[in-house]
Design a protein around this ligand. Structure first.
Ligand SMILES: [Zn+2]
Ligand SMILES: [Zn+2]
Length: 440
C-alpha cells in the first residue's frame, strides 16, 4: 500500500461536497464587494518569500518546501499567497494607481507538525486590497472578514456567532526601529531565560519574541514595551481612526499589544478574527497592512496593501462540529417512472425542467441532486435507491397513472404520500413544498 504523504488529505464526500459549497459561498460573497478571483502558480522562486515574508521568519526558516528543478533553480511550494498576489500585480502591470481588489482560494504548503485542523498541504482563502493607504481599507478588510464568516456560518444554520477582533499597530519604517530598540533593551535583561529560538530572535527579529508560544517567554513579554506607545503621529492617527470606525460600526475588538504576526511584510495594522463557540476560542483568520511588500519584490514599486487569509480546513472542522443539520449533504431524489407512454412523457418533461435549473436559484441553493430510473415495479426502484443511499423516491407506476397520482416516499423515515399527477408540472420548481407536505 502506498499511502498519501503525512500531513496531506484526500477529500472525499461528504467532506468534498461541504468544501465545494463553502468555496462557492466565498466567491459569491466577495464578488458582491467587487473582489475578483486571482490565481497564481503553486510554486514560486524561493527568493520571493525570503524577501517578503522575511528570512528570519519561522515560515522561511523552518517550514518551506524548497527544491531545485532540473536546471538548478531554487523554487518553493508557496507557503502563503499574499506575496504571490503582489508579485502577480507587479508582473502583469495591473497597478495603475487605482484601487485593486482580489480574492484567492488555493493550496499552501508548510512543513510543520500536523495537528487538528492544520496540515502540510492546506487550503487558504483570502482577499487583498491594493492601492489604498487609508484606514478605510483596513476597516473594509476587517469588516469583510467578519461578515464573510458570518455569511458562511448562517448558510449552515450556525447562528448568533460572536466575533472578536484582536488588533494592534506595529508602526512604520519611521517609528518601528525605535520601538525595536526599546524591545531589545528590555528583553536583553532576560536573555538567559528566553527559549533558544527567542535568544536568536533577540538579534535577528526581536518583534517575534512577542508571539512566542513558550510560557517563560510569554511571561517575560507581559511587561515588555508596547508598540502603540511608540507610534509616530501618522501611524497613531491611522490606528485611532480605524478603531473609531470599528467602534462606530459595533465591531467587537480588543487591542492586543503582543499581536505582531510572524511575517516581515506587515506594517501598521495587524489583526486576527476569533470566535467563541461552546466556550472555546477559535482562530478564524488573520491579516493586516503591508505597504512595503511591493517594494521588497521590486524596488521600483510602492503599492499600499491590506488583506486577510483564513484556512478552509479549520472552517470545515467548525461547520462539521456545530452545524446542527449537516445540511451540506445533498438531498438525493430518485424519479422512478414506468416505461409506458405516459411515464416516458413525464420523464421527458422532468428532464427538460431540470435542464432549465440554472434559472431556478432555489433549487441550486438547496443542493438537490436528481436521479432517474425507468422501472416497472416499486420494488426494483427501492432496491436501486437503497444501494445508492438516496433520500427520496418519486414513483409513478401503472397504478399511479390509473389513479392519476404520483407517490413521494422519504426513504429515511419511511413516510409516503400521494399527490395529484396534475401537480407534476410544479414538482421540480417547488420541490421544497412537496417535501415539506410529506415530512410534516
Ligand atoms: Zn509610524
Ligand atoms: Zn521563546
Amino acid at each position: 500500500m502506498i499511502e498519501r504523504p503525512r500531513g496531506t488529505n484526500d477529500f472525499i464526500p461528504p467532506e468534498s461536497i461541504l468544501r465545494e459549497k463553502i468555496i462557492k459561498l466565498i466567491s459569491e460573497y466577495l464578488k458582491i464587494f467587487g473582489y475578483k478571483l486571482i490565481e497564481t502558480p503553486i510554486f514560486e522562486k524561493s527568493e520571493l518569500f525570503k524577501r517578503s515574508v522575511g528570512d528570519t521568519s519561522d515560515i522561511v526558516l523552518k517550514e518551506m518546501y524548497e527544491f531545485k528543478d532540473k536546471k538548478g533553480r531554487d523554487l518553493v511550494l508557496r507557503p502563503e499567497l499574499t506575496a504571490s498576489v503582489v508579485r502577480a500585480v507587479i508582473q502583469n502591470r495591473l497597478y495603475n494607481n487605482n484601487h485593486l481588489k482580489f480574492y484567492y482560494i488555493g493550496p499552501i504548503f508548510r512543513y510543520e507538525r500536523p495537528q487538528l485542523g492544520r496540515f502540510r498541504q492546506a487550503t487558504q482563502f483570502g482577499i487583498e486590497y491594493l492601492g489604498n493607504p487609508s484606514f478605510l481599507a483596513d476597516f473594509e478588510i476587517i469588516f469583510l472578514t467578519q461578515n464573510l464568516y458570518r455569511y458562511i456560518f448562517n448558510n449552515f444554520n450556525i447562528k448568533n456567532i460572536e466575533f472578536k477582533i484582536h488588533i494592534n499597530s506595529i508602526g512604520c519604517n519611521n517609528c518601528r526601529p525605535n520601538y525595536k530598540q526599546k524591545l531589545y533593551e528590555y528583553f536583553v535583561n532576560y536573555e538567559k531565560d528566553l527559549c533558544q529560538d527567542c535568544q536568536k530572535r533577540l538579534n535577528s527579529n526581536v518583534l517575534r519574541i512577542l508571539d512566542c508560544k513558550n510560557m517563560v517567554c510569554r511571561n517575560i513579554s507581559l511587561n515588555a514595551p508596547k508598540s502603540v506607545d511608540y507610534l509616530c503621529l501618522e501611524c497613531k492617527n491611522h490606528f485611532e481612526n480605524l478603531l473609531n470606525l470599528l467602534k462606530m460600526n459595533n465591531i467587537n475588538f480588543v487591542i492586543d499589544n503582543y499581536l505582531v504576526r510572524g511575517l516581515d511584510y506587515y506594517n501598521r495594522t495587524v489583526f486576527e478574527v476569533k470566535t467563541i463557540l461552546d466556550n472555546n476560542t477559535i482562530d478564524l483568520a488573520g491579516g493586516g497592512r503591508y505597504d512595503y511588500l511591493a517594494n521588497f519584490i521590486d524596488n521600483n514599486y510602492n503599492i499600499a496593501g491590506c488583506g486577510f487569509a483564513g484556512g478552509l480546513e479549520r472552517l470545515t472542522l467548525i461547520i462539521n462540529n456545530y452545524n446542527p443539520q449537516k445540511s451540506f449533504n445533498m438531498i438525493k431524489i430518485l424519479f422512478s417512472l414506468i416505461s409506458e407512454q405516459k411515464g416516458l412523457g413525464i420523464f421527458k418533461y422532468l428532464l427538460s425542467t431540470i435542464e432549465n435549473i440554472n434559472t431556478n436559484a432555489n433549487l441550486l441553493k438547496d443542493n438537490y441532486s436528481f436521479y432517474f430510473s425507468i422501472d416497472n415495479s416499486l420494488k426494483s426502484a427501492l432496491k436501486l435507491a437503497n444501494n445508492m443511499d438516496l433520500d427520496y423516491i418519486i414513483f409513478i407506476g401503472e397504478q399511479e397513472i390509473e389513479k392519476n397520482i404520483f407517490q413521494i416516499k422519504n426513504l429515511k423515515t419511511g413516510k409516503q404520500k400521494e399527490f395529484s399527477l396534475n401537480e407534476i408540472n410544479l414538482l421540480v420548481k417547488n420541490i421544497n413544498d412537496f417535501l415539506d407536505k410529506l415530512n410534516r
